[in-house]
Design a protein around this ligand. Structure first.
Ligand code: SF4
Length: 384
């Protein structure tokens, strides 16, 4: 079984296509910096390896050795078992329902669309008329949608080129399995014609991106996982330009201006925190950052030996043992994690109530309905 960690990466990787398609100079810039993989990425790699083991196991392959090796990783955790099993079950079930051939960790040549492009799809199911690409995401921060997802569409193009000589594909299904955020996998379908039209679009973008040309696109969802997000001049200029407001009369800002400022500055806190993190890392490495240094933060007190300390307190009758411990119920979230979403659901229906959330400021494009302060006021009055 291949080692996921040691795979080569293309300059224009499928997983970063959403970035280089919008910000075409980003790939060349990212190629100039070395960034150590974070814990979340390492966990993700191990979870993908476990996914592969579980799916191959369902297909009857001997995965004992490979599974043992995955579990030896410091980034393995028992909670991975449930999530990776969900993925394997979904792939296996799809293979049966679609009556297709399953390909696991399929190496795909993407060079017909992207210069020197290649990639590995987690799972591809090759049906007679349906081509199904399934991707596992272990992250729990940002929900990934399959709709117009360029990574999955690139994989679909690679798989189409590989298998279209023997199948008469009509439809492509793209599925994201992200069980730490969503219990149910989410899918999106498109026709082969639409997929091929995307292929033409991606070709043009990839050509520009491969040369490192084109316009920067410093938008928060484009920059979020960019390796140069903290030191990118285009992103800094965009954020800093917002700080200089033209002086206008009247001296107080209008509601329209307040809205404009909030919209324009919504990415500012994230950018500043990225810059701070980057400066901190550089100072810790011994580099100089003009005007800044690292100091020791607030320290916390911990027992050197809690068991011995408690024994001493009880033996010397400073306090009774029961006074030293408290029983605290698990939070609702922890109970849900303990039982799993499926088992927790009927319990939640019976015993959980959800209070109205606090009024929260957000962009108009947010899909949640607007807060109705009048309705809330009447409801609150009715309850009193
Ligand atoms: S930080 Fe944003 S603007 Fe800068 S290169 Fe990366 S994606 Fe482009």
């Amino acid at each position: 079984m291949p080692n996921h960690e040691e795979r080569a990466h293309a300059l224009l990787s499928a997983s970063s296509a959403h970035r280089w398609m919008r910000c075409t100079p980003s790939a060349r810039l990212e190629d100039e910096v070395e960034v150590e993989e974070g814990v979340a990425a390492k966990e993700g790699t191990v979870a993908h390896e476990l996914c592969e083991c579980k799916l191959r196991g369902l297909l009857g392959e001997d995965v004992e050795e490979a599974t043992k090796k995955v579990k030896e990783s410091e980034f393995y955790s028992p909670e991975m078992e449930r999530f990776t099993q969900d993925y394997a079950d979904y792939c296996y079930q799809s293979m049966i329902e679609e009556n297709g051939d399953i390909r696991i960790e399929e190496a795909l040549d993407l060079s017909a669309y992207v210069p020197e492009g290649f990639g590995t799809a987690d799972c591809v199911i090759v049906g007679e008329e349906l081509l199904h690409v399934i991707d596992f995401k272990y992250g729990r921060g940002v929900k990934v949608s399959p709709v117009e997802n360029p990574q999955l569409m690139l994989y679909a193009l690679g798989a189409f080129n590989l298998y279209s000589f023997m199948q008469d594909f009509k439809t492509v299904r793209l599925t994201i399995v992200q069980p730490r955020i969503d219990e149910e996998p989410s899918s999106w379908e498109l026709s082969i014609e639409d997929l091929l039209a995307f292929g033409e679009e991606v070709k043009k973008k990839a050509e520009v991106a491969f040369k490192g040309e084109g316009e920067f696109c410093p938008e928060e969802d484009t920059c979020r996982f960019c390796k140069v997000k903290a030191v990118c001049r285009a992103r800094a200029e965009k954020n800093l330009a917002l700080m200089f407001l033209e002086e206008q009369d009247p001296r107080l800002l209008s509601n329209e201006e307040l809205g404009d400022i909030l919209t324009k500055c919504s990415g500012f806190p994230t950018w500043l925190s990225d810059v701070e993190e980057c400066a901190k890392d550089k100072l810790l490495l011994g580099e100089e950052i003009k005007g800044w240094k690292i100091v020791e933060g607030r320290s916390t007190r911990v027992w050197t030996d809690e068991k011995e300390a408690f024994k001493y307190i009880v033996d010397s009758e400073e306090a009774k043992e029961e006074e030293l411990f408290e029983t605290v119920p698990l939070t609702l979230t922890k109970v849900e994690k303990l039982l799993g979403k499926k088992r927790f659901k009927p319990i939640a229906e019976k015993y959980v109530t959800k209070s109205k959330g606090k009024p929260t400021l957000t962009l108009e494009s947010d899909e949640r309905p607007a807060y109705n302060s009048v309705e809330t006021m009447f409801n609150e009055e009715g309850e009193n």
